[in-house]
Ligand binder design. Structure first.
Ligand SMILES: Cc1cc2nc3c(=O)[nH]c(=O)nc-3n(C[C@H](O)[C@H](O)[C@H](O)COP(=O)(O)OP(=O)(O)OC[C@H]3O[C@@H](n4cnc5c(N)ncnc54)[C@H](O)[C@@H]3O)c2cc1C
Length: 449
């Protein structure tokens, strides 16, 4: 189809998924109208006008392909993902993980999108969906209320679910006492300056633990309270508030985010009773986040309790932890593995709201939805990313899962198609085999298309 006659596509939301979708469609020669409600309106977790804002951690997790999210990143790189290009261009050291300077990351993507001639950016909130126009809805886990209501109408029944995610606090590096907190990476892997470690004795842990389980939790925002009338908040295991974890038992934190293993005290072979790790938040090392300390405590309680951590007695908080609504579809039965609606093939969904969980996973669904929306505009067959790849495995999982309680899913090797042959050498060798198979499948797909 010639450019003149080719339909334009709409993408709603300039987050991770929306930017990736818009970019891929434009790369395929399809004109895109990208709608973003910022800077006129912000969700409770977004605060900056730029695109692809990382609302919590600055880490895109493991870089190792024998880890599923590492493989997903390698696949996205192979596929020329804009998010991956931006992430590696704005990387900050974080051991074996890929972490970014969040402001530079967002600025990089915003600049690329705004200077792409085939993408027209509209700064407005979308409240109505026209299902006769090819549309990718990528408005995220905090989709505005009006659009959420429109999505319910579009789906034709009450298919939305709610659960809760929590974000970790960030402290000013200059206010951390480095006579107490020491630099080290777990098991000596990676650059030791990526992490500052706050060691605790048993007495310090006891006092901290008791303060944490007795601390006051913030009231839910009105929309959250309404959404869960009569229900307990549903907490996603991968992003569980520290205080909820503490309530599970005295030792839960010592085997979780506060585990001391692989972090011996400086000048000794011994480990502390417990350790709080602080991860560098930007290249300059001026900010550190409390690893695994997502929380829903009131801000006053966060200051009081987290200042009990050795080294943080005088810490100033750049940002306190928060907890927000997370909206996602019950995608199995509603979406195809191309992220389009079965009932309305012009309408695609992308990002966290499809039931993938995480920055990289949201990007991957934006990639698949964007490419397929563009193919539809070009009059071409949709493309299936097979479950032998992690990008395809997630797409098949969200559309075909038979779980009775469908829950958002991080990248993992449990969703990928099993290997054809048994691989000797344990888990790492098996995961390497998954990675090799996946990357060669993608290379073949790229050369065929
Ligand atoms: C509080 C919180 C913390 C999280 N922390 C992490 C984490 O640490 N690590 C991780 O991997 N994942 C995390 N996630 C999960 C997920 O990876 C992120 O939410 C991710 O940003 C999802 O990408 P997305 O593209 O789907 O949505 P978003 O990045 O949220 O993008 C959606 C965009 O759509 C816009 N929008 C919304 N409604 C409208 C409308 N009606 N019209 C126009 N524009 C609209 C928004 O302003 C936003 O820019 C977190 C989620 C939440 C809610």
């Amino acid at each position: 189809m010639s450019g003149e006659h080719m339909p334009r596509i709409r993408v709603i939301g300039a987050g991770l998924a929306g930017c990736e979708a818009a970019w891929q469609a434009a790369r395929m020669g399809v004109a895109v109208d990208l709608y973003e409600m910022k800077p006129h309106k912000y969700t409770p977790a977004h605060h900056h006008p730029g695109f692809a804002e990382l609302v919590c951690s600055n880490s895109l997790r493991s870089n190792d392909v024998s880890n599923a999210v590492g493989l997903l990143k390698a696949e996205l790189r192979e596929l020329h993902s804009l998010m991956m290009e931006a992430a590696y261009a704005t990387e900050v050291p974080a051991g074996s993980a890929l972490a970014v300077d969040r402001e530079k990351f967002s600025a990089y993507i915003t600049e690329k999108i705004k200077s792409e001639p085939l993408i027209a950016v509209h700064e407005e909130e979308v409240t109505v969906i026209d299902d006769s126009v090819i549309t990718v809805i990528a408005s995220g886990p905090l989709t505005s209320d009006a659009l959420a209501a429109e999505i319910v109408r579009l789906l034709g029944n009450d298919c939305q679910l709610y659960f809760y995610d929590a974000a970790a606090p960030i402290v000013d590096a200059a206010t951390i006492d480095t006579n107490i907190a020491y630099f080290a990476s777990r098991y000596g892997k990676g650059d030791p300056t990526d992490y500052l470690n706050c060691p605790m004795t048993k007495e310090e842990y006891d006092a901290f633990y008791n303060a944490l389980i007795g601390a006051e939790v913030a009231a839910l925002k009105s929309f959250d309270a309404k959404a869960q009338e009569g229900k307990d908040p549903k907490v996603f295991e991968g992003c569980m508030p520290i205080e909820v974890m503490a309530h599970r038992g005295y030792d839960t934190l010592r085997y979780g985010p506060m585990k001391p293993v692989g972090l011996p005290l400086p000048g000794s072979e011994k480990e502390a009773y417990a350790v709080v790790q602080l991860r560098r938040e930007n290249r300059e090392g001026s900010m550190y986040n409390l690893v695994g300390f997502q929380t829903h405590l009131t801000f006053g309680e966060q200051k009081r309790v987290f200042r009990m951590i050795p080294g943080l007695a005088n810490a100033e908080f750049f940002r306190y932890g928060v907890m927000h609504r997370n909206t996602y579809l019950r995608s199995p039965g509603i979406l195809t593995p191309q992220y389009s609606m079965k009932a309305k093939p012009m309408v695609f969904f992308a990002g966290q709201m499809t039931g993938v969980e995480g920055y990289v996973e949201s990007t991957s669904s934006g990639y698949v939805a964007g490419v397929n929306a563009a193919r539809l505009a070009r009059g071409e067959e949709k493309i299936d990313f097979p479950a032998t790849t992690e990008i395809g495995a997630l797409a098949h999982y969200i559309s075909e899962s038979t779980a009775s309680n469908f829950q958002p899913m991080n990248a993992n090797f449990g969703v990928i198609a099993p290997l054809e042959k048994r691989v000797k050498g344990g888990k790492v060798a098996r995961n390497q085999a998954y990675a090799e198979r996946s990357l060669s499948v993608l290379k073949e797909m790229l050369s065929a298309n």
